[in-house]
Design a protein around this ligand. Structure first.
Ligand code: CA
Length: 223
């Protein structure tokens, strides 16, 4: 798992980094927001430890931008005792928890793990439909416990088809789903995508209702 530590006090930055590396994390260090931003752009972080008072700005503003940009992973604030109003601002902006300096590294680690567990249990909530499980936050479809490899458009169609179990979903609504991903008419032929999905999950699992639309069947139909 990969962590980003944002802190301008070198000794603290090093202490946290060394400690978390020993716990088995891959750690990147940023001493200001500019560096932090460039690291975040490269992606792939499972968590961020964030100082609030940084030389080139306020960590709470950075945090707000991160969440607005869709960053979904634990963010723990590392705050000074006199930064109470910033801390509140930070929690409002989407931080998951905070520690007050000087803090115990074991405590930081424990807080992070508690938050991480919350994220993991939220992201593994699966909807069961017959032999399928739908993981809406993870954008995954499982068939008999095995993940079905889907393209972004195929997943979007599955997501739409399974939103209301056993409902016939109008063709127009599925076409809109495709167009919401891209506007290329040629690549958006609904029938083509449906036929590819059928090849992957079994043709009996998507029923055609002529002139109406399609219906997802989770159970194995009776012989
Ligand atoms: Ca600072």
């Amino acid at each position: 798992m990969k962590l980003l530590i944002v802190e301008d006090q070198p000794s603290l930055l090093d202490a946290v980094s060394v400690y978390m590396t020993r716990q088995g994390f891959v750690v990147d260090q940023a001493s200001n927001l500019k560096i932090a931003q460039s690291y975040v752009n490269s992606g792939g972080y499972d968590g961020i430890f964030l100082d609030l008072g940084l030389p080139d700005g306020n960590g709470a503003d950075f945090l707000k931008q991160l969440r607005a940009g869709g960053f979904v992973a634990p963010i723990i604030l590392m705050t000074a005792r006199d930064q109470i109003s910033d801390r509140i601002k930070g929690l409002d902006a989407g931080a998951d928890d905070y520690v007050v300096k000087p803090f115990d590294l074991d405590e930081l680690h424990a807080r992070f793990h508690a938050v991480l567990r919350r994220y993991q249990s939220a992201s593994t909530s699966l909807t069961k439909l017959g032999i399928f499980e739908i993981d809406r936050s993870g954008h995954r479809l499982l068939r008999l416990g095995e993940e079905v490899g889907l393209t972004a458009k195929e997943w979007a169609l599955i997501e739409r088809l399974t939103r209301h179990p056993n409902a016939v979903v109008p063709k127009e609504s599925l076409e809109e789903t495709l167009y919401s991903i891209d506007h290329d008419v040629m690549s958006n032929t609904l029938e083509v995508h449906i036929s590819r999905i059928r090849k992957k999950i079994g043709k009996e699992h998507i029923e055609t209702h002529r002139n109406l639309g399609y219906r997802f069947i989770g159970a194995i139909p009776n012989e």
